[in-house]
Design a binder for this molecule. Structure first.
Ligand code: IDP
Ligand code: MG
Length: 150
């Protein structure tokens, strides 16, 4: 099963949307294997978003993600990365379709609610930035066979 890192950004918690968003992933059939509330440090924010270093929005992005707590989670299913990205919607809520998380709740590209890894390589890198092995819990859910046949 594929794993992906999801961050519920500070605006999610400030706006009381975290339960709704977690619920969408649960209902879709993802298994939550790691979850925590954290205040992201500047170092972690800069490392996590290092691909954007030098871009005009980088400093504001780091300031935003460190401004208030986030919920970090690792969720798992078949094709988890692409399915989660589709559920999130386009980066800019202007382009995000209704029915997606950003399409339903977002207005601004800076305050766009959620992060999700965009490839297998970034999922591996990002999961290891936010979680150590002991914090990821493998367990079985009997309903799994009714979701994916596994
Ligand atoms: P993603 O979050 O959909 O993967 P990325 O391109 O990786 O999008 O950008 C990371 C985050 O940086 C976005 O979620 C968004 O909050 C912010 N961002 C991206 N592009 C812009 C921009 O042009 N202006 C301001 N913020 C941006
Ligand atoms: Mg990205």
């Amino acid at each position: 099963m594929e794993k992906t890192l999801i961050l519920l950004k500070p605006d999610s918690l400030q706006r009381g949307l975290s339960g709704e968003i977690i619920s969408r992933f649960e209902k879709k059939g993802f298994k939550i294997i790691g979850m925590k509330l954290i205040k992201v440090s500047k170092d972690l924010a800069e490392t996590h978003y290092s691909e954007h270093k030098g871009k005009p929005f980088f400093e504001d992005l780091v300031a935003f993600i460190t401004s208030s707590p986030i919920i970090a989670m690792v969720i798992e299913t078949q094709n988890a990365i692409n399915i989660a990205r589709n559920m999130m919607g386009s980066t800019n809520p202007i382009d995000a379709l209704p029915g997606t998380i950003r399409g339903d709740f977002g207005i601004s590209v800076e305050y766009n609610i959620i992060h999700g890894s965009d490839s297998e390589t970034s999922a591996k890198r990002e999961i290891s930035l936010f979680f150590n092995e002991k914090e990821l819990i493998e367990y079985s859910k009997p309903i799994q066979k009714w979701i994916t046949g596994d």
